[in-house]
Design a protein around this ligand. Sequence first.
Ligand code: A2P
Length: 338
Amino acid sequence: MLKKYNIAVIGATGAVGQVLLDLIEERNFPYDSLHLCASSRSVGKKIIVNGNEYVVEEINEELFNNIDFVFISANNEISKNIGLLASKKNCIVIDDSSVFRMNPDVPLVVPEVNPHALKNHKGIISIPNCSTTPLAMVLKPLNSINPIKRVIVDTYQSVSGTGMAAIAELNSQSYEILNGRPPTISEYPHQIAFNLIPHIDNFHENGYTNEEMKMINETRKILEIPDLPISATCVRVPVKIAHCESLNIELSQPIKLETVNDIFSKVEGVKILDDPLKNLYPTPIDVTGKDEVLIGRIRKDLSNKNGISLWLASDNLRKGAALNAIQIAEEIISNNYL
Ligand code: A2P
């Protein structure tokens, strides 16, 4: 009989947590018991999963005595405290925060890219930043046939990456502005409705933001190329769901566009949508609610014989977070890495 697992979702009421619960249903994740936790504000709320009603609980230590998988998507402090506690109690923690990602003992995993990293996990597994995951999925297959020399990436990131409160703020600011009122600003340093903000997370001394440094360092770790030359500029845009990225990739050798198309027609989790003359290229709306990373606008870089440029879109709540987390658990189960 199929083994079933006891699972806890920390941050079950959040933007990622809600999608995670949808995916548990959609993918028939084999669970026996399901515990949904959130902040004290949500304790007692009822959430339906697979037709059964669950009451949101407060986190308490005893909860982890009999849990196999703990999915955390709340905030860095919760991840740090609960992640360490749950792993000490022999749970497998799949964490969406940045706190463990660069720890050499913690695998940072995109199952289509580096599933082997799961083999020697020590109880905590990190999922990458929601912009890093689709980037790694595009870079890996190119690098395997034509080693990458340099990457420049610019992101266009939706507000759901910040969480439920930012989605509400995009809606409320749009409403206020359309009704001739000044927008109320609290989630970002500037108005996000009818605007964009080239600033995600705090600034480092080198002039890059923390989000940009996460993309750089995490990509190097996942691809196992510690000195990969890569630069990123991350921009928050007034879109509800899905992150887009403009990539410029310099390879070791020139590459034909047919070869690029051929590679990506076979890559798991990536789909080509590229017929510009028919106005076909990935947009956030095309990819919202979808599992695949969509790529398009694939073209030769006119300034570099070994370069290509392309555009991608990915649902940041799915492949960028919840789906990647569930796929990691599925990979652990199917390989018996428990
Ligand atoms: P709550 O909904 O009760 O605030 P988002 O990224 O969409 O903002 O979601 C964050 C998630 O993390 C929510 O489920 C939120 O619960 C949860 N969370 C925030 N603070 C805590 C906390 N102190 N303990 C447990 N869960 C928390």
